[in-house]
Design a protein around this ligand. Structure first.
Ligand code: NAD
Length: 500
């Protein structure tokens, strides 16, 4: 039967010879058991660059079989040998940095220096994974005369990782190196909007010497995710995406008795005090709201201006105007995303907010089919407005006014999300006051994008994360392993106390 390409999520203006992606199971590309596929487009032009199969539950079954078959040998390989693959993988990521960044640039649209930065972060998390033998060693203690307790870490088995569109290389790599070095085998379900990078990751892992079946990719959408949640052969699952889907996936995976950590969306608040360093605050905030076209779960999306900070807002607007679509600002992911973002702006304007910088209707010469939204700064937004409460996920910053730090904190605390929050001030006491009271998992002090670098873990609070443990760093060791506790006695003759 001829494959059926479903209506793309994005408008396709011209069809070029596009690669038909396949699943990656057992170390080779395997045709999905489906006739349905989706178009993958370059968001800067709207042109189709690939098609991705909408795999079925049977494809997940195949991947689980492959990952299970590989688990026995891989988990029995000493960690000091497993880690060698990831020393080589890190080197390959470095060697192919530009090529990998170009793939990200093509399928996601972010500008090249942002795409390179994404690959750099993938390299950093791989470097962290290379220190796993040192970080994950067990414990031993003589707990009573001649009686010893020891704890060993064991891998869980087959784990699954479901990823979003905004970091096609980095987010899959949040889980791949850590989960695999720790002895698990893995099935990745990348975003169907950006599935190409994951295939190159698979190729590099193979080149690094990863045994077949240890890493698998199943492309698709809802049906694949549901099958991963339900499959009894999968022990644990990580999810990164929107809060709405994170809740569904967390509920479903845990109902099937899986360990799960599901990261959701964000509405990150920046509290700006009058004593903040004007130039530094303004340029940091402008970069945070517009970097990756605002499609970052760590992006600044709401600024709470405390007292007289108009000088910083003026400077921020000057900085925002230097950010030009097609030059140092990439497109958003799809036509639907562009329309959604512009609807939020229009609604805020109707409700009485003041648009200081307006990015609506942006176009780029020669790339008229792209999904462009320019940087947008909106002042006098009230906390009860939709644009103040919901995740916009575009290069848009709303400004809310507060008279005191406590009022600003009340606005931040009342938002249901809790990924990141930042404060800009020159006062250590004020910074600490906000750090202690902001309701978010990652706090920035004079930093617009407070992503913790390894070995510190990544993860939000509230509706930005469901489940115990963070997804990276030392916390991921807890997530991807289970503990075996062994008590040993070699002195049958001695009876020193009740324990011996
Ligand atoms: P999304 O929730 O639409 O999709 C994420 C994944 O879920 C994709 O693989 C997709 O195929 C799958 N999916 C979509 N609908 C589904 C359904 N009904 N049932 C089961 N699976 C489904 O997210 P997105 O648009 O790809 O990514 C953007 C979102 O991700 C934003 O909300 C952003 O804040 C969030 N994000 C969060 C973090 C974080 O660390 N907290 C990091 C990156 C992105």
């Amino acid at each position: 039967m001829a494959p059926e390409v479903l209506a793309p999520k994005r408008t396709v203006t011209k069809t070029v010879a596009a690669a038909c992606l396949q699943n990656y199971i057992g170390g080779k590309e395997v045709k999905a058991r489906t006739t349905q596929s989706l178009s993958v487009t370059d968001p800067s032009t709207g042109q189709e660059i690939a098609t991705v199969p909408l795999s079925r539950a049977e494809d997940v079954d195949d991947a689980v079989r492959s990952a299970k078959a590989a688990f026995h040998k891989w988990s029995a390989t000493p960690i000091k040998e497993r880690v060698q693959v990831f020393f080589r993988y890190k080197m390959l990521l470095e060697q192919h940095r530009q090529e990998l960044a170009l793939l990200v640039n093509q399928e996601n649209g972010k500008v090249m220096n942002e795409a390179v930065a994404e690959v750099e972060k993938a390299i950093e998390v791989t470097e962290f994974a290379c220190s796993m033998p040192q970080l994950s060693s067990g414990e031993i203690l003589e707990v009573s005369k001649g009686v010893e307790c020891r704890i060993d870490r064991h891998p869980l088995g087959v784990v699954a990782s479901i990823t979003p569109f905004n970091f096609p290389n980095m987010v899959p790599n949040w889980t791949i190196p850590n989960a695999l070095v720790l002895g698990n085998t893995l099935i990745l379900k990348p975003s169907e909007q950006v599935p190409i990078s994951s295939m190159r990751i698979a190729g590099l892992l193979k080149e690094a010497g990863l045994p077949d079946g240890v890493f698998n990719v199943v492309h698709g959408a809802q049906e694949v995710v549901e099958a991963l949640c339900d499959h009894s052969g999968i022990e644990a699952l990580t999810f990164v995406g929107s809060t709405r889907i994170a809740k569904i996936v967390y509920t479903r995976a845990t109902a099937h008795l899986k360990r799960a950590v599901c990261l959701g969306g964000a509405k990150n608040h920046l509290i700006v005090l009058p004593d903040a360093h004007e130039e530094m605050a303004a340029s940091n905030i402008a970069a945070s709201m517009s970097g990756c076209a605002g499609q970052r779960c760590m992006a600044a999306s709401a600024m709470v201006a405390v007292g007289p900070v108009d000088h910083i807002i003026d400077r921020l607007c000057q900085e925002a105007k230097k950010i030009v679509p097609g030059k140092n600002l990439g497109p958003v992911i799809s036509l639907q995303a562009k329309e959604r973002i512009e609807r939020y702006i229009a609604e805020a304007e109707r409700e009485g907010a003041k648009i200081l910088v307006d990015g609506r209707g942006a176009t780029v010469q020669g790339k008229e089919g792209g999904y462009w939204v320019g940087p947008t700064v909106i002042d006098f937004v009230r906390p009860d407005m939709k644009i103040a409460q919901e995740e916009v996920f575009g290069p848009v910053l709303v400004i809310m006014r507060a008279k005191t730090v406590d009022e600003a904190l009340k606005i931040e605390n009342s938002n249901p999300y809790g990924n990141a929050a930042s404060v800009f001030t020159q006062s250590g006491a004020a910074a600490r006051y906000v750090m202690e009271r902001a309701s978010a998992g990652m706090i920035g002090i004079n930093i617009g994008v407070p992503v913790p670098r390894e070995p510190f873990s990544f993860g939000g609070w509230n509706e930005s994360k469901f489940g115990a443990c963070d997804i990276t760093g030392k916390s991921s060791i807890e997530f991807f392993t289970k503990l075996k506790k062994t008590t040993t006695k070699w002195n049958p003759e001695s009876k020193a106390n009740w324990m011996s």
